[in-house]
Ligand binder design. Structure first.
Ligand code: SF4
Ligand code: SF4
Length: 102
C-alpha cells in the first residue's frame, strides 16, 4: 500500500500475516481468489488438478495479510488462510501528491 507520507507510528504498526492453504483438487479454476486478492499473493498455475482445472498457486505468500477475502469468495471452499502472526510492514512507500494528475 502506498501512502503520501510515512505513518508516524510506523515502528509500532504490526501487519497480520496469513498462511494460505489451497486444496487443489476442489478448485474449478474460476480465478476469483487471484483476481481479488488485494496483496497479489496468488496467480493461476499451469498445473492441472484432478478435475482438469488450473488451480491457483502462491507467488508472494509473505505479503498475505490474512484478510480472508479469498476464502470468502471461493465458491468451492478450496482455499483458506490460517494465522501466521504479525510482522513489521516493509512496503510503506511514500508517493507524490501530484501522482496521476498529468
Ligand atoms: S487472505 Fe487476503 S491477502 Fe491473503 S491470499 Fe487471501 S485475499 Fe490475499
Ligand atoms: S476461488 Fe476457489 S475455485 Fe476459484 S480459482 Fe480460487 S481456489 Fe479455485
Amino acid at each position: 500500500m502506498a501512502y503520501w507520507r510515512q505513518p508516524l507510528d510506523r515502528d509500532r504498526v504490526r501487519v497480520p500475516q496469513g498462511i494460505v492453504h489451497i486444496i487443489e483438487d476442489r478448485c474449478k479454476g474460476c480465478g476469483f481468489c487471484v483476481e481479488f486478492c488485494p496483496q497479489h499473493v496468488l496467480a493461476m498455475s499451469r498445473r492441472t488438478n484432478a478435475k482438469g482445472y488450473h488451480p491457483p498457486e502462491i507467488v508472494d505468500g509473505a505479503h498475505c495479510v490474512n484478510c480472508g477475502l479469498c476464502t470468502l469468495l471461493c465458491p468451492d471452499f478450496a482455499i483458506y488462510v490460517t494465522d501466521g502472526g504479525a510482522r513489521i510492514p516493509d512496503r510503506i512507500e511514500p508517493i507524490r501528491r501530484d501522482e496521476g494528475k498529468r
